[in-house]
Design a protein. Structure first.
Length: 359
């Protein structure tokens, strides 16, 4: 299984190399290295040609690299790693290559010096687009990540009470998702209660959660390297009528957006569907400029579902739908699901109820 998975991904990269009249690729980012060969170490240079795959890494990782990769030559570097990368490229006959635009300037210039006469294409979009449509293994890993996150969250709810702090809530959540087999959190958990909810990315503090607080909880976990992402705004105690109205509007907005998702639709149409609810109520100024983002090996991937970006949706894209309204100094509400574009429409991968009351 593993072999087919990587061969399929590599064939995409090889087609790119051929189409651009190049002789190889140098992959330097963690995500793309993992995507193309399965290696999960923090450091390494992956070289791909029509017939060869070579991973250059250091002694910390050689055993792991051999275990995690298939049909991949592992080369260990010690001191001058970029010289070894350049020499290996020459050995493989790589005289022109695609490199990632995210590599550091230091590495790029040093490598170019070692390589001498060498044509380079710097690329960013292609890799993002390749990873934007998920394969079956990626979809399965994402489902698992979501399942584990939701199982932990389910167990969190009965433990919540008025009077606990935002940090208490986050600590409990982290413990519970880890117990459900999460590898790691996919980003710093957001817990923002009451007026702090207006900070879209408020980290948990020692603020006590009070009766009447709406509490934005935004978190995700990783499984097999893939990220989940979910937000729920929890309703603690007696919620004022005005807050209740805001809360309902955000839920309605999310619902409209999910209903708009299907293959062939533009992401801008999904964005517009969610925004229409806020415009109708004259509240659009209190929303952010984006509705969602792809998830995968990174927490923020393509497609970007936001104003000014447009992507035609295709089956097997996975992205978030996270409408919100933010009133500085007063309150904030956000709700977030992860959706999968299917052949005929959409599957909402998130199953946690949107409305949760804590007494
Ligand atoms: Mn998100």
């Amino acid at each position: 299984m593993k072999k087919i998975q990587y061969e399929k991904r590599l064939s995409g990269l090889r087609a790119y190399i051929e189409d651009h009249g190049l002789t190889g690729a140098l992959i330097t980012s963690y995500e793309n290295r993992r995507y193309f060969c399965g290696f999960t170490g923090s450091s390494g240079y992956l070289l791909v040609t029509r017939d060869h795959v070579v991973l250059i890494t250091d002694k910390r990782y050689t055993t792991q690299a051999k275990e995690q990769t298939v049909d991949c030559e592992i080369v260990e570097h010690s001191q001058d790693r970029l010289r070894l990368v350049a020499d290996t490229m020459k050995r493989l006959g790589i005289t022109s290559s695609v490199m990632e635009s995210g590599m550091t300037a230091g590495e790029y210039f040093s490598l170019k010096e070692h390589l001498g006469d060498h044509r380079t294409v710097l690329e960013d979009e292609y890799f993002l687009e390749l990873r934007m449509v998920k394969d079956e293994w990626e979809i399965e890993a994402t489902r698992e990540a979501i399942r584990r996150a939701e199982a932990g969250f389910d167990r969190l709810i009965p433990r919540l009470k008025i009077g606990m702090t935002e940090k208490d809530l986050a600590d409990e959540l982290h413990y519970l998702v880890n117990r459900e087999g999460a590898e790691a959190m996919s980003f710093g958990t957001i817990v923002a209660s009451g007026a702090r909810g207006a900070m879209a990315h408020g980290f948990p503090t020692n603020k006590v959660i009070e009766n009447g607080d709406m509490v934005v909880v935004d978190f995700g976990v990783m499984y097999d390297g893939y990220c989940s992402d979910m937000t729920r705004t929890l309703l603690f105690g007696d919620i004022s009528q005005e807050n209740r109205r805001i809360f309902n509007l955000v839920l309605e907005s999310g619902k409209r957006a999910v209903e708009a998702v299907r293959p062939g639709v533009h992401s801008s149409e999904v964005e517009a569907a969610h925004r229409a609810v806020f415009i109708r109520e004259g509240l659009d100024d209190y929303a952010l400029r984006g509705l969602g983002h792809g998830i995968g090996l990174q927490i923020h991937e393509c497609p970007r579902v936001q104003i000014g970006k447009d992507t035609v949706l295709r089956p097997n894209m996975i992205f978030t739908i996270e409408p919100g309204l933010y009133f500085p100094g007063v309150c904030g509400v956000r709700t977030e699901d992860d959706v999968l574009v299917t052949e005929s429409g959409v599957e909402n991968l998130s199953h946690t109820p949107h409305e949760i009351h804590i007494e």
